[in-house]
Design a protein around this ligand. Structure first.
Ligand SMILES: *Cc1c(COP(=O)(O)O)cnc(C)c1O
Length: 350
């Protein structure tokens, strides 16, 4: 605390990102990064952009990338909003669309950035408990609110909610924006982007950090009705007109132009996810059904914290949340086949 701080800063509870350890040779399965690198075409595109034009500001509208994303998802460019990672997109969503004097609803077990944005903007958040099987129950979102947000698949559970259930939440909230955070949608789920023309209250956010292996480039976007996008643009242009730099714009565009690479990476992650799930079940873990690039698992006798600690001693880093209901779970990112083998034999040795 300092007398120089704005009063709000005293009460901020910031997000704690998964650790990025400096040690080499770690089996790093704690932050849901893609174990496979980005497409070589992405690297080429970024390298081609490393020239004198860096003295110029990038396109503030990211027109070319928005066209690419719009074409990919079969929507119009004015339905696409770009941000510096989807975290920034989400921050603008909270500011632009969730301040209605009523609590914003999100699952009790979910992405821990949502309550942080509530704190930053002084918005009340209301956690809605997942069911006993860690599922979202659409009926629970039929109550007064200032907006609804949930990841699909949910994080850290990995559980996917079918689009027919997403539609129930949309239909229950015609006067509020429902945000579906699809950070992990490419690992087996079906995107709600197909529904944006049907529901003017639907906003879908996605990121290039996970399925497209570009966590380091910081590119995310939202798709929805142009009126929602307009609200986001007003906030963005009151905050930072150039959230995406030239390298990010070029690299992100190239990522969408190498569909084969993308498919191969997703297929490998999905294949490995099923293999790791089976191996952990053989080791007496309960593994929640996942459509993400991670699994959420608890052992039937061993405590989660102790397991995470023992794995760490073997150089294997997974994520453990010291929170009610999930303190015995480990969230384990799906790695390369070699990393997954290391995880499985590490757990066997315990
Ligand atoms: C990783 C993640 C994000 C953030 O992605 P960035 O684009 O890297 O900011 C958003 N939501 C969820 C649920 C995530 O897991």
């Amino acid at each position: 605390m300092s007398k120089f701080w704005s009063p709000l800063v005293n009460d901020l509870v910031p997000y704690v990102p998964g650790e990025q350890p400096k040690m080499a040779n770690l089996v790093k399965l704690n932050t849901n990064e893609n174990p496979f690198g980005p497409s070589p075409k992405v690297i080429d595109a970024i390298q081609a952009e490393l020239n004198d034009s860096l003295r110029l500001y990038p396109d503030p509208e990211g027109e070319s990338l928005r066209q690419t994303i719009a074409g990919y998802h079969n929507v119009r460019p004015e339905q696409v909003f770009l941000g510096n990672g989807s975290d920034e997109v989400l921050a603008h969503i909270f500011y632009a669309l969730f301040q209605h004097g009523e609590p914003v609803l999100f699952p009790d077990i979910t992405y821990s950035f949502y309550p942080v944005y509530c704190g930053l903007y002084n918005i009340e958040g209301k956690p809605v408990p997942l069911t006993d099987t860690f599922e979202i129950n659409p009926a629970d979102y039929k109550q007064p609110n200032g907006g609804v947000i949930f990841p699909n698949p949910n994080a850290p559970t990995g559980r996917y909610l079918g689009l027919e259930h997403v539609e129930k939440i949309l239909q229950a909230n015609p006067d509020r924006v429902v945000v579906v955070d699809e950070a992990y949608i490419d690992f087996g789920g079906e995107s709600a982007i197909a529904l944006v023309d049907k529901y003017p209250n639907l906003l879908v956010s996605q990121t290039l950090s996970k399925a497209r292996s570009l966590a380091g480039l910081r590119v995310g976007f939202a798709v929805g009705h142009p009126d929602l996008i307009e609200a986001l643009n007003r906030v963005k242009n009151s905050f930072n007109s150039y959230p995406l730099d030239r390298l990010a714009l070029a690299g992100a565009k190239a990522a969408y132009e190498d569909e084969a690479w993308f498919q191969k990476c997703c297929d490998s992650v999905i294949f490995e996810r099923e293999r790791v799930t089976n191996a952990l079940e053989d080791l007496s873990f309960e593994v929640l059904p996942s459509k993400a690039n991670f699994i959420f698992a608890r052992h039937n006798t061993q405590a989660g914290e102790a397991l995470a600690k023992s794995l760490r001693e073997q150089g294997i880093i997974v994520r453990h949340f010291n929170k009610p209901r999930i303190s015995d779970f480990l969230r384990i990112t799906i790695g390369t086949p070699e990393q997954n083998d290391a995880l499985i034999s590490g757990l066997k040795s315990l």
